[in-house]
Design a protein around this ligand. Structure first.
Ligand code: AMP
Ligand code: ZN
Length: 683
């Protein structure tokens, strides 16, 4: 074949393959068999191997090609990527529809679309060829994830139909279908890797993978719903834009309806809600948009969202089940926490069987009886919660819960101060508290003794090897290797920890001797001293000894430490048992003062204060806090005028509003990542 022939043949193959890929992936309506399709691809690959100069970036062979990248380049969006205002229930939605109706006149047409629970994406095509894909980021600046997005089969590499040859930006959602999500988590689990909380996190995480080959394996999908500068293509309304996207080769969600009354919009929302579980992907609501672009322009934008659109959010998912029992657990501070034990039910994608009831007042307030049929839900789709009983379904066999008057673990009498809601076991030697304190000490957020899990700690306590946290440092490999794991062999003999694991455990214990002071302080489990307060105290005093000998006023004068915390810290260090414990830890070689080895030059965030709100996708809040602190920043829990930045993740709390009210700069996760990577602050 001459290279002229090869070029022509390659171009024909590329067009044909792109066409059949579109039929198969986007339209789900293939015209040729998989074998025939594969044969076309193989032929093209063959030609491209022999004539590498013929490979074009839009070739179907080039979806996975880019090498793993270390960092995603920032992309400034030519037009801001807005988020949406929410309507939390039908009443709020109706109020919005009426407001818009008043401004634009009755008979205004709306387009209803499903709110896909994924991650937003902006795709740029130059002369009809995909040249860039970017995440939303903070709306102004996103990240360049082109190499990853190219691997998604429903993203056209070259536009067809009305979009052919166009230079255009389009926007939409990348998501992971439910079945792919389940498969991914099974694989992650089997590989001992972290599982994703929900398909949205899985999609966002997969888009921000360093290695495009991994993204390619993740089975992501897309729905596009926006054309930027639609007037350039003669588009006058949202429904025309959707048609244009579809005809240009994009995957567009088919569940779209143009409505011209509030009743029609509500009907669409109710149908969407009832069909939610039948859809192969997650949706978390309905987006209602004013159809006409001219009318959209009339309404304009607020600082954060268009006025011409609203996201109607579905209510949290609820199920009914039977309340089998109310039991009480003893926490590390002796607090008795009642929890509901109910028949397992699937809610929002996972099975739940227990939910905390917080305290006795809460049970009374909810009017729960053991034996009740109850409504349970996942608050914010994460934490199981008992909503309340269905009183009509009682048959008289139900019985009230009584808080035990003695500790279920040690039998000591329980006690509750008049003005508090929580009953406590105040026996310092209570085994349940002891175990919880040990678990807390070894946990990731505290001293992080890898491999030292709950089960092993219980065993070590049972065998008399662990009483308080200083005992961790007296365990030797020999002792550890002989501890039973709780499992038994086929012949009935118990499985022991064994020398290999024991060696790792001993090394992990040794490593935990040199954690930052804040973790040590947090690990001690002093009441009211959470991770944030611990690091504030560590920064202010520099050593456990200094904190232990600080007076009430000295403690309370530290920013972020009030009189209640100060009193609790004092009480802890005045207790002779605790003082002994601290002495034993120090004697065992646990570092009790900040090992400040970082030269000043490596603390670029010195003097800055950060507050975190909402969930981050690429790391936990603890990890973020620690990383910020290691660069010299302070991380506190509440926003004040002195706060330098508020980092806003998914589902942020009121801290964001407070920051906006005080004029404190609000930044997104991408900004945070950039700060951590380069120390560079957003403008
Ligand atoms: P929120 O993040 O709750 O403010 O909701 C806004 C986000 O919803 C947008 O940034 C999109 O990523 C997402 N979204 C999902 N489906 C749609 C849709 N059909 N139209 C507009 N936005 C959508
Ligand atoms: Zn007890």
């Amino acid at each position: 074949m001459t290279s002229q022939d090869a070029a022509e043949r390659a171009q024909k193959l590329r067009d044909l393959i792109a066409y059949h890929a579109w039929r198969y992936y986007v339209l789900d309506a293939p015209e040729i068999s998989d074998d025939a399709y594969d044969a076309l691809v193989r032929e093209l690959e063959q030609i491209e191997r022999e004539h590498p100069e013929l490979v074009t970036p839009d070739s179907p062979t080039q979806r996975v090609g880019a090498p793993p990248s270390e960092q995603f380049a920032p992309v400034r969006h030519a037009q801001r990527m807005y988020s949406l205002d929410n309507a939390m229930d039908e009443a709020e939605l109706v109020a919005w529809l009426e407001r818009v109706g008043r401004e634009l006149g009755t008979g205004t047409r709306f387009v209803c679309e499903l709110k896909i629970d994924g991650s937003s994406i902006a795709l740029t095509y130059r002369d009809g060829v995909l040249v860039r894909a970017a995440t939303r980021g903070d709306g102004a600046v996103g990240e360049d994830v082109t190499a990853n997005i190219r691997t998604i089969k429903t993203v056209p590499l070259r536009l067809i139909g009305p979009g052919a040859g166009a230079t255009v930006e389009v926007r939409g959602e990348v998501f992971m279908p439910k079945t792919s999500f389940e498969r991914l988590n099974e694989a992650q689990e089997a590989a001992g890797a972290a599982v994703f909380a929900n398909p949205r996190n899985a999609a966002a995480g997969s888009v921000r993978q360093k290695d495009p080959a991994v993204t390619a394996s993740r089975d992501l999908d897309t729905f596009l719903y926006q054309v930027v500068e639609p007037e350039r293509f003669g588009l006058a309304s949202q429904h025309e834009a959707l048609e244009w996207l579809r005809a240009s080769g994009f995957k567009v969600n088919p569940d779209v309806r143009v409505c011209s009354s509030a009743d029609e919009v509500l009907a669409f929302c109710r149908e969407a809600l009832s069909r939610r579980h039948d859809l192969p992907y997650e949706i978390d609501g309905v987006v209602v948009k004013v159809d006409s672009f001219a009318q959209q322009a009339e309404l304009g934008f607020t600082a954060k969202a268009p006025r011409w659109a609203i996201a109607y959010k579905f209510p949290p998912e609820e199920r009914t089940t039977k309340l089998l029992d109310i039991r009480v657990s003893v926490g590390r501070t002796g607090a008795l926490t009642p929890y509901a034990v109910f028949e397992p039910v699937r809610v929002a994608g996972s099975t739940i069987a227990r939910a905390t009831l917080h305290n006795a007042d809460e049970i009374a307030r909810k009017g729960l009886l053991i034996g009740d049929t109850i409504v349970v839900r996942k608050a914010g789709d994460v934490i199981p919660e008992v909503v309340g009983p269905l009183v009509e379904l009682r048959d008289g066999s139900e019985r009230p819960f009584v808080m035990p008057d003695s500790c279920p673990s040690c039998g000591a009498k329980v006690w509750k101060p008049e003005d508090e809601a929580v009953w406590r076991c105040v026996n310092a030697a209570c085994p349940a508290q002891r175990v919880e304190r040990l678990i807390h000490w070894a946990s990731r957020q505290a001293m992080d003794i890898e491999g030292m899990g709950e089960e092993l700690i219980r065993r070590l306590v049972d065998e008399g090897l662990l009483r308080d946290v200083s005992d961790f440092y007296r365990l030797d490999e020999e002792q550890l290797s002989r501890v039973a794991t709780g499992r038994v062999k086929k012949d009935g003999t118990p499985v022991l920890v064994g020398p290999v694991v024991a060696r790792k455990l001993a090394a992990a214990i040794e490593a935990s001797k040199h954690r930052p002071l804040a973790r040590l302080l947090f690990g001690l489990g002093i009441r009211h001293v959470g991770a944030t307060v611990a690091s504030v105290l560590a920064d202010a005093f520099g050593s456990l000894e200094a904190i232990g000998s600080a007076g009430l006023e000295e403690l309370a004068s530290v920013e972020g430490v009030g009189p209640v915390i100060a009193a609790s810290v004092r009480a802890f260090f005045e207790n002779p048992d605790n003082r002994d414990l601290v002495a034993r830890l120090a004697a065992a070689g646990v570092a009790t003062r900040e090992e400040r080895s970082e030269p000043a030059g490596n603390r670029p965030l010195d003097g800055l204060t950060f507050v975190l709100t909402g969930a981050l996708l690429s790391m936990t809040r603890e990890q973020a806090s620690e990383a910020l602190r290691s660069l010299g920043a302070k991380v506190t829990d509440s926003v004040s005028k002195k706060t330098s930045f508020v980092v806003v993740g998914e589902n942020p709390g009121s801290k964001r509003d407070k920051a906006l009210a005080l004029g404190v700069p609000v930044i997104g996760e991408e900004d945070l990542v950039r700060i951590l990577d380069s120390g560079e602050l957003p403008a």
